[in-house]
Design a protein around this ligand. Structure first.
Ligand code: HEC
Length: 164
């Protein structure tokens, strides 16, 4: 009799439970866990950022999107950029949910939202990274040289998009 209870447990509880959890994750791939908390990234994301001057809007990224340039951008994004790495606000996966995002209004840009980010010209991103966005938490990265900013832009553009 006891053995029957054990078989019953294995068949209906021990085997199905992990399968159900696994299915929940597969069925909701947009759910991201950052800093142990689960949030849905904002998309489309309202954007009131000042427009860059015309001479910047015309600029195109002069560097090729080579693995080396994307890797250099990645290192700056996650670790080396000063005054602080982009990751703390824009998030490890670029979705705008970095560890500081709850303190910030307006929210950091969600680079995984193509509706909001794809229409922005390279020169707009360049200008904001160089000069910051006044009245927001987005700082000016004055000590990055031009190549480093273009490498960051290649990296930002390569985040997988998660529109929904
Ligand atoms: C302290 C937080 C913080 C850090 C660090 C930070 N950002 Fe931001 N960033 C923001 C916020 C907030 C916004 C939204 C600004 C706005 O709405 O105008 C933003 C916006 C942007 C934009 C959007 C520009 C546009 O026109 O929409 C880009 C590009 C950007 N950040 C790139 C970076 C890069 C690259 C780094 C690292 C080198 C970085 N950010 C570091 C907070 C941050």
């Amino acid at each position: 009799m006891k053995r029957i209870v054990l078989y019953w447990l294995i068949l209906f509880i021990i085997i199905p439970t992990p399968l159900t959890w696994g299915w929940t994750l597969i069925a909701h791939p947009e759910r991201k866990v950052e800093g142990g908390l689960e949030f849905l990234p904002l998309c489309p994301q309202a954007r009131k950022t000042v427009q860059a001057p015309d001479e910047f809007l015309k600029l195109r990224n002069p560097l090729p999107p080579s693995p080396e340039n994307i890797f250099a951008g990645q290192t700056l994004f996650h670790f080396d950029a000063k005054p602080g790495p982009c990751r703390v606000c824009h998030g490890i996966s670029g979705n705008g949910l970095g560890i500081l995002f709850r303190e910030l209004t307006p929210s950091p840009r969600n680079f995984t939202c193509s509706q909001t980010v794809d229409p922005l010209p390279d020169g707009q991103l360049f200008w904001v990274i160089k000069n910051g966005s006044p009245g927001t938490a987005m700082p000016a990265f004055k000590n990055l040289d031009e190549d480093q900013i273009w490498q960051l832009i290649h990296y930002i553009r390569h985040f997988p998009k998660e529109d929904h």
